[in-house]
Design a protein around this ligand. Structure first.
Ligand SMILES: NC(=O)c1ccc[n+]([C@@H]2O[C@H](COP(=O)([O-])OP(=O)(O)OC[C@H]3O[C@@H](n4cnc5c(N)ncnc54)[C@H](OP(=O)(O)O)[C@@H]3O)[C@@H](O)[C@H]2O)c1
Length: 208
């Protein structure tokens, strides 16, 4: 299956590199193939292809958005997603590691407004990028959880497959408005790890 990545920095590369090793075809979507992050990604994994944004979106079955939140409106405005799943991995972050939209609306719902032709699914955000390349722990009997949220069941089932193939337990937490709470989980993780020094490979597990 072809996956397009808009943004191939810390987050995009870790997810893409993991999924390429599981058999997915990775299309790096960037109009500037000479950008630093694209060159670095290709040096690390020459099996990625680079295509202009529109072309990559046209060819892919699922598109991942892993860009700085403030860049999203400009990037998404010109793209026609033809109803495909758009995985929102981005987070609006404000001063003092606060929610960048003051918790009035989730970043994912804002992304859905900007990318009206896509079916947005929030996923791959509740941890730092260190955990996206390989979430396996030798001593763990169960996989760490990856929560995801979205309004379209078909889109969610495609994204759930990429989450499971990445090595996580994929747990659907409901409709896209739940993304606000996932974004707060991200802020919790970021404050614990980046501010307070907890281990960057700490993750959560779902027990029922
Ligand atoms: N870092 C984490 O641990 C983490 C964890 C979860 C979620 N997130 C969220 O994930 C997103 C990406 O974070 P990151 O750490 O991966 O950032 P990063 O390493 O700085 O990578 C950003 C990527 O976005 C691309 N980009 C930037 N501006 C663009 C534009 N105007 N048009 C097209 N592409 C553009 C960059 O490409 P160029 O090289 O061409 O500029 C680069 O590939 C952010 O929203 C962040 O909040 C981060």
């Amino acid at each position: 299956m072809k996956l397009a990545f808009i943004g191939i920095g810390n987050v995009g590369f870790a997810i893409a590199n993991n999924l390429q090793q599981k058999g997915y075809e990775i299309l790096v979507a960037n109009d500037n193939p000479e950008s630093d992050s694209v060159k670095k990604a290709l040096d690390s994994n020459p099996l990625f292809s680079v295509l202009p944004l529109k072309e990559a979106v046209d060819m892919a079955e699922v598109i991942f958005l892993a860009t700085p939140f403030k860049a999203n409106e400009g990037i998404l405005a010109s793209l026609d997603f033809q109803g495909k799943p758009l995985v929102d991995c981005t987070n609006p972050v404000g001063p003092g590691i606060s929610h960048g939209l003051e918790s009035s609306i989730s970043g994912a719902e804002q992304v859905q407004e900007w990318a009206a032709s896509a079916r947005v699914v929030k996923a791959f955000t509740i941890y730092g990028f260190e955990n996206f390349s390989n979430p396996a722990y030798l001593k763990a009997k169960e996989s760490p959880v990856m929560f995801f949220a979205g309004n379209d069941e078909k889109a969610k089932s495609k994204v759930a497959a990429t989450i499971s193939d990445s090595g996580f337990y994929a747990k659907d937490v409901g409709s896209l408005d739940q993304a606000l709470h996932l974004e707060h989980m991200t802020l919790l993780w970021v404050k614990m790890v980046r501010r307070d020094g907890h281990h960057p490979n700490f993750m959560w597990r779902y027990l029922e």
